[in-house]
Design a protein around this ligand. Sequence first.
Ligand SMILES: CC/C=C\C/C=C\C/C=C\C/C=C/C(=O)SCCNC(=O)CCNC(=O)[C@H](O)C(C)(C)COP(=O)(O)OP(=O)(O)OC[C@H]1O[C@@H](n2cnc3c(N)ncnc32)[C@H](O)[C@@H]1OP(=O)(O)O
Ligand SMILES: Cc1cc2nc3c(=O)[nH]c(=O)nc-3n(C[C@H](O)[C@H](O)[C@H](O)COP(=O)(O)OP(=O)(O)OC[C@H]3O[C@@H](n4cnc5c(N)ncnc54)[C@H](O)[C@@H]3O)c2cc1C
Length: 662
Amino acid sequence: MSTETKCNPDLVRERAKCTFDVNELINLFYGSEKATKERRHFEDAVLAVKELKDAIPEEYLSHKERYENGVRKATILRDVYRDYKAKHNRDPPPNQITKAVIKDISPFLLHNGMFVPTIAGQGTPEQQAEWLPKAESMQIIGTYAQTELGHGSFIRGLETIATYDPKTEEFVLNNPTLTSFKWWPGGLGSTVNHCVVVAQLYINGKSHGIHPFIAQIRDLDTHKPLPGVKVGEIGPKMGFQTANNGFLGFDNFRIPRKNMLMKNAQVLKDGTFVKGINEKLTYGTMVMVRVGIVGDCSFYAALAATIAVRYSAVRHQSHIKASEPEAQILDYLTQQHKLFIAVASSHVYRNAYLWMEKMYTNVMKELSQDKQDNLPELHATACCLKAVCSRDAGSLVEECRLACGGHGYMASSNLPLTYGVTIAAVTYEGERTVLLLQTARYLMKAWMAALKGKVLSPSVSYLLNSLKESKKPWQNTPEGIVKGFQHVSFGKVKAAYETIQKYMKQGKDYEDAWNLASVQLVKASEAHSRAILCEVSWEAVCSSSASPNLSRVLQQLAQLYLTYWTLETSGDLLLYSNITKDDLIILRDKYEELLVAIRPNAVGLVDGFDLRDEILNSTLGSYDGRVYERLMEEALKSPLNQETVNSSFHKYLKPMMEKAKL
Ligand SMILES: CC/C=C\C/C=C\C/C=C\C/C=C/C(=O)SCCNC(=O)CCNC(=O)[C@H](O)C(C)(C)COP(=O)(O)OP(=O)(O)OC[C@H]1O[C@@H](n2cnc3c(N)ncnc32)[C@H](O)[C@@H]1OP(=O)(O)O
Ligand SMILES: Cc1cc2nc3c(=O)[nH]c(=O)nc-3n(C[C@H](O)[C@H](O)[C@H](O)COP(=O)(O)OP(=O)(O)OC[C@H]3O[C@@H](n4cnc5c(N)ncnc54)[C@H](O)[C@@H]3O)c2cc1C
């Protein structure tokens, strides 16, 4: 981190006001002092590589140049990872340094994030032995090719076909229609030579559902598409410009039988299909990534909050009192309302991610012992938390951007790109509504079980309690608010269920009744997610090992989250819990008190995310607060400022002005 010497005086004052030890917060957030040290050490090693520094900001490069620069840096970064592993005999610690290097999304994201994990999770030991060493060492580069032009959400509707030919013991891959073309996979455009292709398996004319296959699509020496492969890049997007998303189609492309990933289901040499214990295990990589996305949401909220809070401490505009100097915009309560929820939410998502990660690890362990009982709960929880956290994180980043006024609109603030990247997670890895409806299926089943008095899984057991406790008075405490959110979820689950029943009594079949109730079902899932987020984050704060000074501030943040959402969803609480108008007024006042209480620690709290200037990559958010200097320095890098008179003056402006004189 930069030293305080050249720091903006407002930020120096802010840091002096902080009531807790920022290093303690950093160590708590990242797990331990050792974890912080190792992460920083690795980040230092990456940032010491001169070739990773960009000569000019990415925004001035063409689409093609941006990609090429992204690949260049991704390969150097990969060397740093390899060298670290060789030296320390372990992988580098979790870190976000790719943001400092690639800025947008790495063309290797899908290789590391889905290709390798799919081989590890869906391959037999022999298949893992064949491909993992090559993939992990980057002798081959891959992606996860599932989505097609015509289908993304409904994956049973995928049209890519893998027909087994027992004579040659091969699968023949085909994309018979335009809509069957793979569309979106990251790195597919021009980077990868392999992919996991999700395709419909046909044996002797019989369909056996979708399965993952490994296909080599480009020559390893020339990188030319292999015969029978049509592949390319899909073009510019809202973000993900360097992710190199691509399209792919096969024309009678043959792959050996051993290229079907066969941990779950198998095709024997003679074409016998052996079903797996649960066909949904094929969807396993998606569950893993959905859990990871909750962690990503914590990072993006932290990044945007760091930029906007530091900027708001440096920026002065207007007066609170006419007699006093212009105020730091961070002193306006409205600004605190916009920003502190992003700080608080980052902690909430972090705790939810750690909680989900534990659930994921447990279920994976159970699956390895053929025990599947807790898989539905994992799937339902990962779906709704991914859906709610990504949408909320996107909104928080946008609110942080708006809170920086005009300068937040500058690319050099890094907030527009951060928004483009964050909001993409609402769609990828399962579109929000679609995932919430998956959770709703689970909630409806849980509700029916609750009505029968059955024992429910831990994440939905509150439905039973709420059934018993519906008459208890509201309590204006964090625990009371958590219960309140559970009552809202209970009420919405019950209402959605009864709506389905109502339509069925009117003669509709279950599917139509489901569709007619689906707005309510989505809302029930959202309420369920909010109840989980509130409960998990409050419990994490209460059981944390933080010192009293830090604990106080973390409790304030967690209470801010609870109170913010109570006020945002007060209509629901009035409808489904025993909260009263008077309780809401007390909570409104409490919320305002919390903003005021958190205010002196705002800069300390974002310093506690320990995001280096290179990761923030923002003129507005740097540790030293040299906002105006940086805005000007960055503007001067514009190619339009490298010449006094642009040629368009002579070509167009001057002739126009002269024509106007005639
Ligand atoms: C930090 C992250 C690390 C790395 C980052 C890497 C990349 C990030 C950046 C970008 C990459 C993006 C990649 C992608 O987007 S890849 C493509 C992702 N695509 C999707 O997510 C598709 C979404 N659709 C689905 O998952 C399924 O189609 C859907 C679940 C919606 C429906 O499936 P299906 O029609 O087969 O099932 P249903 O009939 O609705 O339900 C049947 C039954 O199955 C249960 N189920 C469904 N999915 C699962 C699962 N994954 N695990 C367990 N069980 C599952 C479902 O609950 C139903 O149960 P029941 O109610 O009991 O019948
Ligand atoms: C940045 C980015 C990166 C991606 N990377 C990859 C990748 O690497 N590999 C890969 O395979 N894919 C990738 N994808 C694709 C992504 O997984 C899909 O776009 C996503 O799953 C959504 O599917 P869709 O595009 O078909 O949306 P659609 O399903 O067409 O959604 C459109 C609308 O229809 C609604 N809808 C659809 N079905 C239902 C339903 N059953 N009930 C109610 N409403 C419904 C949705 O809610 C939404 O409002 C990526 C996408 C993006 C944006």
